[in-house]
Design a protein around this ligand. Structure first.
Ligand code: SAH
Length: 341
């Protein structure tokens, strides 16, 4: 039994053939799945009834439920998606002019344990399968046409590499949903083996790296992953990636008041990212999380100081705002509120 949403468009013909089914059906299947966006094989009325029964038995469409929708004043919508085993993840839809971005999760919880992040504050339950990640996308697109995907929800995509990549390749596939690779951004906390693998894929997905601190002492305090792959190793992997792919890397730096927000940190950050060709920086003010009341949002002046220092060092930098706060849909806020209920 293979889930329909885990099969890449080009794989359908050989899979049907292997099972003694007629390969010419592949095109009809793909049209039903990714043009009509059926969520139940019974709705694939172009296919004969007995074949629909075969599909139901051998290639079921993943069942999911939208358990909750909360909307923020800025238009951001957070969906809670439930799967058959009772686990759930959150996905966030973020409207902007000319864009409708979906932030997707790759794991139930997260094992990385970053100090400032709610998603990881209770560990990981399990990784999502490719079809479940696709199900999140399907739930999202039922609310509007998705123009961009950011893999910045719950979980560490490089800790669930194969299933995440399979889902993204499917969403990207021409005979699938056909969302452009450059409109899909993966974000990692720095699981180094993932960089080489991604470079070898030869797909033009965008890559973000959560850095958040410019030296090992501070980064290891904030992000346990740094003990396994310290900054030198991480930046070397980043440089290898940009050299091999000619693609930019965006470093995410969440600014936390009194923790990583000094001018010295900004200077050190500039020096570090300049070691990576084609690097950019996104500065994000911390979005407060309940489990760490000691972590506070920096002042606007601090954000400007950071921006100023980075610009002086000719680092391409963007100030980002965290969206969806009043729906608990902001960066690092996913999941906890729901578990507590
Ligand atoms: N595991 C991946 C993707 C998920 S997190 C990663 O670490 O990149 C998406 C981004 O939100 C990461 O950059 C993460 O560090 C950041 N983030 C987590 N908690 C946050 C918070 N409280 N405020 C601001 N950003 C946060």
């Amino acid at each position: 039994m293979t889930k329909a949403w885990s099969i890449l468009p080009d794989e359908w013909k050989p899979i049907l053939k292997d099972r003694g089914l007629r390969p010419f059906r592949a095109d009809q299947i793909l049209q039903s799945l990714y043009r009509d966006y059926i969520t139940d094989w019974d709705a694939a009325t172009t296919l004969p009834k007995d074949f629909r029964e075969t599909l139901k038995a051998e290639f079921p469409i993943t069942k999911y439920e939208i358990l909750d929708v909360s909307e923020s004043a800025d238009g951001t919508k957070k969906l809670l998606i439930g799967f058959e085993d009772g686990n759930s993840v959150e996905t966030v839809l973020i409207p902007a002019t000319g864009r409708f971005t979906q932030c997707i999760s790759t794991q139930v919880g997260c094992a990385m344990g970053c100090a400032f992040c709610a998603s990881g504050s209770r560990g990981v339950v399990r990784s999502l399968t490719a079809d479940e990640i696709v199900a999140e996308y399907m739930a999202g697109r039922s609310l509007g046409e998705i123009t961009n995907i950011v893999v910045m929800g719950m979980g560490e995509p490089f800790a669930n590499y194969d299933e995440t990549l399979r889902a993204l390749k499917l969403i990207n596939a021409g005979r699938g949903p056909n969302l452009g690779a450059r409109h899909i951004t993966l974000s990692t906390c720095g699981v180094v083996p993932g960089f080489k693998k991604l470079a070898a894929e030869g797909i033009q997905f965008e890559l973000s790296v959560s850095l958040h601190a410019p030296n090992d002492e501070l980064r290891s305090q904030l992000m346990p992953v740094n003990k396994r792959w310290p900054i030198d190793e991480l930046l070397t992997a980043c440089a290898d990636y940009t050299n091999a792919t000619k693609r930019i890397i965006t470093f995410e730096y969440t600014v936390i008041r009194g923790v990583n927000d000094s001018r010295a940190c900004a200077e050190e950050l500039a020096a570090q990212v300049r070691r990576v060709p084609m690097a950019k920086v996104n500065l994000i003010p911390l979005s407060p999380v309940e489990h760490r009341p000691d972590f506070e949002t920096p002042s606007e002046a601090t954000m400007m100081m950071f921006l100023d220092v980075l610009m002086k060092h000719r680092v391409q930098t963007m100030l980002r705002r965290s969206r969806g706060k009043d729906a608990n849909a902001a960066c690092g806020q996913l999941r906890l509120r729901h578990l507590d209920r």
